[in-house]
Design a protein around this ligand. Structure first.
Ligand SMILES: CC(=O)NCC[C@H](N)C(=O)O
Length: 164
């Protein structure tokens, strides 16, 4: 099986990332522009996974403006072909080891109740770092238009007790 390489995204990856997110069938598909913007202005806290020239994984994140010690993970996308191989956790670990994430003490992400694999990912990540994972409501379903979006629950992981 060919090696999966984890790297910082470039703007040329934007459309492939958009396709990957769309093809997961579970994530909110943001505009193609938003993925170009993430690759250009937030690449220090984004990671892509590439295999044989194909983007097969992606994580986007940024430090919270109101709390620079917390890293907010926006989306984690893993291609069907890579499911169940630990790629999601590998993406998060590559992210948290970045220089741009130095001294991050908490990681936050939102997960919808039906996304059991995402819940398992974050709970497993907290376990691996021997730290807490606290869940609270972030965006109740009624805040979304059209009545067809689940609530989003915040998974707050930390504190990271040693240099991450
Ligand atoms: C961690 C993660 O992928 N959360 C998804 C949040 C939201 N539903 C989205 O897809 O952007």
């Amino acid at each position: 099986m060919n090696k999966v390489v984890l790297r910082q995204p470039q703007v040329a990856d934007g459309t492939s990332i958009w396709h990957l997110v769309r093809d997961t069938g579970v994530l909110d598909v943001n505009s193609p522009y938003s993925y170009l913007m993430l690759c250009k202005f937030f690449s220090d806290t984004c990671v892509v996974a590439e295999q044989e020239g194909q983007i097969v994984g992606f994580v986007s994140a940024f430090r919270l403006p109101a709390d620079q010690q917390t890293l907010f993970v926006w989306q984690v996308a893993v291609a069907e072909s890579q499911r169940g191989k630990g790629l999601g956790k590998a993406l998060l670990k590559a992210l948290i080891r970045r220089e741009a994430c130095k001294n991050v003490r908490y990681l936050e992400a939102t997960v919808s109740p039906s996304n059991l694999s995402s819940e398992a990912l974050f709970r497993g990540f907290a376990r691996d770092f021997a730290t807490r994972c606290e869940v609270s409501e972030c965006f109740p379903a009624h805040l979304f238009p059209g009545g067809n979006h689940e609530s989003e629950m915040t998974f707050r992981i930390g504190p990271f007790r040693y240099q991450t």
